[in-house]
Design a binder for this molecule. Sequence first.
Ligand code: RRO
Length: 307
Amino acid sequence: MGVAVDLRTTVGSVDLAAPVMTASGTAGHGDELAAYVDLSTIGAVVVKSLGSTPWAGNPAPRVHPTPSGMINSVGLQGPGVAAWREHELPAVLATGATVVASIWGRHVEDFGAAAEQLAGVDERVVAVEVNLSCPNLDGGAHLFAHDPDATAAALRAASAAGLPMWAKLSSNTDRVVQIAAAAQAAGAEAVTVANTLMGMVIDVDARRPLLGGGGGGVSGPAIHPMAVRTVYDVHAALPDLPIVGVGGVVDGRSAVELLLAGASAVQVGTASFADPRSVRLVLEGVETWCSRAGVSRVRDLIGGAHG
Ligand code: RRO
């Protein structure tokens, strides 16, 4: 018998019932996972990034398996914030979920326009994750999170939502600490570390990039050590900045790794494509690991790998 485990955690000003949530883009815009996971028991449902207008996304194929993971170039398909609030949000709220909205933009003012449409949203939408790191927007040409000034400008625009902001960063840069600091200075309460890593698969028979969008974002266990390293480095440099860790979480141990590296909570993404119960299974795995290890409060793990 192990100890009882208090799973609650906080990310900045946001209290969460549990340290495991969905990763944006991997659980749809609404209640798609509700048949497999009691969404009221997880930390939050983070919806796929929404723009200020509907967006069709990239040509197929959009996803492809890779060694220990997958690559995607979905290209930000979505209904836009206003339609999401009207048609998708009610269903996810009806599940009892805590919701984190995610917004994207091609230009700074697009972040402002999307954020304005979030203002006054239901109080169960507890934060906005500002996606500064989509690798599939014009082939990566608009990767705000590769530049501290662009990161800060987008976040200042996104503050129009009036919600706690989590800045979703990229580990495709050697400046991630500098960019995390810029995000914090611009008003982000937390950083989500990190998005997919830029990659490409070539169809050797066609002698062309396989995905319709050309390159894409690599995710899954293949990138887990990079996520751990990036979270570790950001926490070491900025110990007061809350981090949401994401990248290749598949079970309790891989989630605990990110917590020990410095994350206050983790997100599960690619694993849900293989098994839609994954978010629940990871949460149960964290609880079991803590119980056996004699950890009675999951938040005591945060940053525990730092000397
Ligand atoms: O939609 C996408 O292609 C996408 C996004 Br917005 C993102 O942030 N990360 C990713 O791997 N794909």
